[in-house]
Design a binder for this molecule. Structure first.
Ligand code: EPZ
Length: 422
């Protein structure tokens, strides 16, 4: 059996959507709990596929990891008894690489399968490796298994990242929390998820300064404790619903968000002509359908996130005029364009530039999600299209959007999930 979505487009949506915890923060904080000194209680944890995968990985290492409430995960790292994380599930998603930094900090040794994840272009981990080596570890890759070992323990050092990388910044922070002395990460990524991981590490006893800037200082400690930590809201989930409302002439309020994390998306939606109102923890968007073309460029935070690029393409398809999208982070992140062509849409792509001439009409079709954000864009497209859209490969959506169908139904969307024989 496989899931697919059946979407009937054309309905204006209205109402409130409660945004869940940030996937890209929680998939780093769960493995960070490996190096805590005692029980950690993580709140606002979305029950997403990658989170459930991580729960299994921690259990395979010997940890107790159970949901004690729907969105509260309790982890007891005291029972972890191995540094060997080569369970097959490791290669199913990208963030599994965070066990390397954490196990290294705890045992001075780690062994893991190389990560999988969305197929959106080249995704090397050379900067993670460079960081581990700078802290005194040797790294060996053989038959898809990466082994890292610091025979004489980890020692703080200064590491300049050649490319701004979320994953490398976090993995080095994790390892540095167990290192002797001070580690300085220069040209660090500044994403809010990094700040959340830094707050967690501070909570368990490490000293982290500068997270959210380009220079992060981590002072490791062997005396680590447990902590209760609420995960920040998912800015990409929130941005996805805002892009939906803009494209679909709707009135949607996203709640439980940190509006400043959405600045780049909000600025672009306003530039397109949508009305946006920001409160302390909500953002309301009202769109009357008169959207103007704009140009978008993806950049590391605080620039417009590459993770919002596919979703933003849909309001641009509906907007009047010629828009360009420049993708600066990944070399193959326009796969959604192929699927949109099945819905009658023409977008010209040349390497990392897409040109959208609008407005164009979307017509319902059978489409197939190729990655997480492509799936979100196709859901938006289906909700804007004339007629019925069927989206296959829903598991991509399930990796990043908790209860997406239920949330959309609650604001009036005609969308159902069905199980079909394959
Ligand atoms: C994180 O991936 C996110 N994933 C991605 O979210 C997101 O697209 C990406 O950051 C950029 O914001 C998680 O947090 C789990 P990077 P990550 O290291 O850490 C290159 C989503 O849809 N690079 O910041 O893997 C890399 O190829 C996803 O939720 C190196 O060259 O991304 C890319 O071009 C998908 N060497 C750029 O850096 C390295 O060692 C940024 O990648 C590491 C990265």
């Amino acid at each position: 059996m496989a899931s697919r979505l059946r979407i009937k487009g054309g309905k204006k949506l209205s109402g409130k959507i409660n945004v869940g915890g940030a996937k890209n923060a929680v998939v780093a904080i769960i493995p960070a709990a490996i190096l805590a000194g005692d029980i950690c209680t993580l709140e606002n944890v979305p029950q997403l596929l990658d989170v459930l995968n991580f729960q299994k990985i921690l259990q395979s290492l010997g940890a107790e990891a159970e949901f004690i409430e729907e969105n509260t995960l309790r982890i007891n790292p005291n029972t972890i008894n191995t540094y060997d994380a080569t369970a097959p599930i490791m290669s199913e998603f990208r963030a599994s690489y965070y066990v390397l930094g954490s196990l290294l900090a705890r045992f001075n040794k780690a062994k893991a399968l190389l990560p999988g994840g969305c197929n959106i272009g080249l995704r090397p981990i050379d900067q993670h490796i460079k960081g581990f080596e700078a802290l005194g570890a040797t790294v060996d890759i053989n038959h898809g298994v990466i082994s890292v070992e610091a025979k004489n323990g980890l020692k703080g050092n200064t590491i300049y990242l050649d490319i701004v990388s979320v994953g490398a910044t976090i993995n080095i922070m994790l390892a540095a929390a167990g290192a002797e002395g001070v580690t300085v990460i220069e040209n660090a990524a500044r994403e809010p998820e990094i700040v959340d991981v830094a707050n967690f590490l501070t909570g368990i006893g490490a000293r982290v300064r500068g997270a959210g800037t380009g220079t992060i200082r981590v002072t490791g400690t062997p005396h680590r404790i447990g902590v209760t930590h609420p995960v920040i809201p998912d800015r990409i989930e929130a941005g996805t619903w805002l892009a939906l409302a803009a494209a679909n002439n709707s009135d949607i309020t996203v709640e439980n968000v940190i509006p400043v994390h959405l600045d780049a998306v909000i600025a672009k939606l306003k530039e397109m002509g949508a009305h946006v109102e920001e409160g302390e923890d909500y953002v309301r968007i009202v769109s009357n359908g008169n959207l103007k073309a704009v140009d978008l460029k993806t950049f590391p935070y605080p620039g417009l996130a590459t993770d919002m690029q596919s979703q933003m393409m849909i309001p641009l398809i509906r907007a009047e005029g010629v828009s360009t999208i420049i993708e600066n982070i990944y070399n193959n992140r326009f796969k959604v364009v192929n699927e949109l062509s099945k819905m009658g849409i023409k977008v010209k792509v040349d390497n990392n530039i897409a040109v959208v001439e609008g407005p164009q009409k979307l017509s319902g079709a059978i489409v197939r999600a190729t990655d997480l954000r492509c799936s979100a864009a196709l859901v938006i497209a289906g909700l804007c299209a004339e007629g019925e859209t069927i989206m296959e490969h829903v598991y991509h959506l399930d990796r990043g959007y908790e209860k997406a169908v239920e949330k959309l139904q609650a604001v009036g969307a005609d969308i159902i999930r069905e199980e079909v024989q394959i």
